[in-house]
Ligand binder design. Structure first.
Ligand code: ADP
Ligand code: MG
Length: 602
């Protein structure tokens, strides 16, 4: 006798329900997500006894036809994907078509729904997967779904529910995860006839304020700074708490493409960005929203799981850490004492995007030691930071850097490198300022200064050339010949005097003055390597690579002992740059140990 048989749908649905609907909170999540997928702009949640007795969601979304109202409760019935391919470009919250089938398997469900184009709506009642009635009714456009006596037919589940207090807290948590990403949808949450939350349409910030704006919890949006970064890979925006407003208990929220997620690895990125800024066991609060191409993430791990896999987690980690640090840097100073581990941030840069140039102006009235927390004048997001150095064109006194006065950028002050106490210890320079001790990496500082100088010379074809006494011959591969031919005008404008000798060689007759005592062959080879390995195929891009390579090679070597005037010279020129905290490729140049930090050591 055959012993295998198919389970009746009601049983299969109950089993599935065990996975999808574990508690009232998961039921609420599914219902509200359906309303959002249906394009609702107003969603009301009505709960009784923490969802045990009643969970009702009323929306003004698109509603369902009579046929769809019945189908919606079938397993794998969904309007959101049609083929497997669609799974990779999801923009809706639901897609499995399991939620309603699961819910109606373990509860008594009554739903009314109407589409705008229909005169009448549909009422359907299902108890434990059995359709009790379906009839025409009169109801507003949208869907009103009432889930009563959850787990009425699964006593074990019912027994495992926690106290009403705990289940209500779970419900609220689930609700927060949703409402924080949909500020353009109005929500109400009613529990036992009491309105617990009334959330009008607003901005993200207003929504956060409306949910958490409780003085006791110390999560006011004024305690936050904005994070905003756009790269080709991901866009990140949101709010992170100012370090001094942090508390032991933090509100930490990540969202990706409109969906809440837990992400311990990215949490680490945020914590790292705060390192050294928080009192022991204080935690940063944050609300961070990621936007990424749907095919770069995998939300399909499990219906109730909030972990999400990213294709490029390490790169996003770096971008996230850099953007949070950037945001905090604008507001206060993020100490980064370890230059080498803190600095290697490799951020994919968008190409060909215009970047707003920071304005730099000379302020002769400036008192170097006045404004607190103003040492990092950059207002730029992380994207395109290489181009930040271009901002100094023309606005800087031509010729000598030494006569550059301390600059302010929109009122932000920077210390006076000509006056402040300054000394060298080992590889680093130390400058005493009112805010604390500035640590400076002299090689990177010099490279940043030279980079800016080279970029300017490239733009104006003003490179200073030093003639070689004995020309040298550079022999190249065919692809390098093509490359050098392409960038030749820029090499000439920066100060190289090159002449093609044969189909595979050039003679070098002059080099940029700044690198006159380096080997011309290796300097040029490094440039070609840099341009090629970075895939720099626009003029803008290869100019940056030429400038980066030259600056790196011409800068004073790490660890060299400098005279006082050398130190001051480099620093004065560095401080005149619009962004002097980091090198063009994102490494830390300047780091501050605050007075508070120093104080704490004793
Ligand atoms: P999924 O959301 O994964 O598609 P569900 O079981 O949650 O699966 O819902 C099944 C279908 O019922 C949805 O695809 C949608 O077409 C319809 N539906 C559910 N809730 C609503 C609603 N509030 N408004 C309009 N249609 C809905
Ligand atoms: Mg759904």
């Amino acid at each position: 006798m055959d012993i295998i048989h198919l389970l009746p749908d009601s049983v299969a649905n109950q089993i599935a329900a065990g996975e999808v609907i574990q508690r009232p909170a998961s039921c609420l999540k599914e219902l509200v997500e359906n309303s959002l997928d249906a394009g609702a702009t107003r969603i009301q949640v009505i709960v009784r006894d923490a969802g045990r007795t009643l969970l009702q969601v009323i929306d003004n979304g698109i509603g369902m036809s009579e046929m769809d109202a019945r189908l919606a409760f079938e397993r794998h019935a969904t309007s959101k994907i049609r083929e497997a391919q669609d799974l990779f470009s999801l923009r809706t919250m639901g897609f499995r078509g399991e939620a309603l089938a699961s819910i109606c398997a373990v509860a008594q469900v009554e739903m009314t729904t109407r589409r705008e184009e229909d005169e009448t709506g549909t009422l359907i009642e299902i108890h434990g997967s059995d359709v009790i009635r379906q009839e025409v009714c009169s109801c507003p456009v949208g869907t009103n779904i009432k889930v009563s006596n959850l787990f009425f037919n699964v006593p074990v589940r019912r027994k495992f529910l926690k106290s009403d207090q705990t289940e209500l807290r779970n419900l609220m948590t689930e609700f927060y995860h949703i409402v924080l990403v949909y500020p353009k949808v109005a929500f109400t949450f009613v529990h036992n006839d009491e309105i617990l939350l009334e959330l009008p349409v607003g901005t993200e910030k207003q929504r956060i304020e409306a949910v958490f704006g409780n003085p006791k919890r110390n999560v006011f949006t004024s305690n936050f700074v904005d994070v905003s970064t756009e790269t080709d890979l991901v866009s990140i925006r949101g709010f992170v708490i100012k370090p001094e407003s942090a508390t032991r208990k933090a509100e930490q929220f990540f969202f990706v493409n409109g969906r809440y997620m837990r992400h311990p690895y990215f949490l680490k990125a945020v914590q790292t960005a705060y390192s050294g800024m928080l009192t022991a066991d204080y935690q940063p609060s944050f609300f961070i929203y990621f936007d990424i191409a749907p095919e770069a993430i995998d939300v399909n791990i499990h219906p109730t799981k909030t972990e999400i896999k990213f294709a490029d987690e390490q790169a996003i980690f770096q971008i996230l850490m850099a953007s949070v640090r950037e945001a905090l840097g604008k507001f206060t100073l993020a100490p980064q004492i370890d230059f080498d581990t803190a600095g290697n941030i490799d951020i994919p840069l968008p190409t060909n995007r215009p970047v707003e140039r920071p304005k730099v102006s000379v302020d002769p009235q400036y008192n170097p030691f006045h404004t607190r927390g103003a040492i990092y004048p950059d207002k730029q997001p992380v994207k395109g930071w290489e181009t930040l150095y271009e901002g100094i064109k023309n606005e800087r006194p031509q010729g000598g850097f030494n006569d550059a006065a301390p600059l302010s950028d929109e009122g932000l002050m920077i210390p006076d490198a000509e006056q402040a106490p300054l000394w060298q210890h080992g590889r680093y320079l130390f400058m005493s300022t009112e805010d604390g001790l500035l640590l400076i990496h002299p090689h990177r500082a010099h490279a940043a200064v030279l980079y800016a100088q080279f970029m300017e010379q490239l733009a104006h074809a003003q490179g200073a050339m030093q003639q070689l006494l004995f020309p040298e011959i550079l022999t190249l591969q065919p692809d390098e010949m093509v490359l050098i031919g392409q960038i030749l005008p820029d090499l000439q404008s920066i100060g190289f005097d090159l002449e093609q000798l044969s189909p595979d060689s050039y003679s070098i007759q002059g080099v940029p003055a700044q690198i006159a005592n380096q080997s011309p062959l290796s300097v040029l080879q490094d440039i070609l390597h840099q341009v090629r390995s970075r895939g720099a195929d626009t003029r803008e891009e290869w100019r940056r690579q030429i400038a980066t390579s030259l600056a790196e090679q011409a800068a004073i070597p790490s660890g060299k002992t400098l005279t006082d005037s050398e130190m001051r010279d480099i620093l004065t020129r560095l401080m005149a740059l619009p962004n002097y905290r980091r090198t063009a490729d994102g490494k830390t140049i300047v780091s501050l140990v605050t007075n508070e930090e120093i104080e704490r050591r004793f």
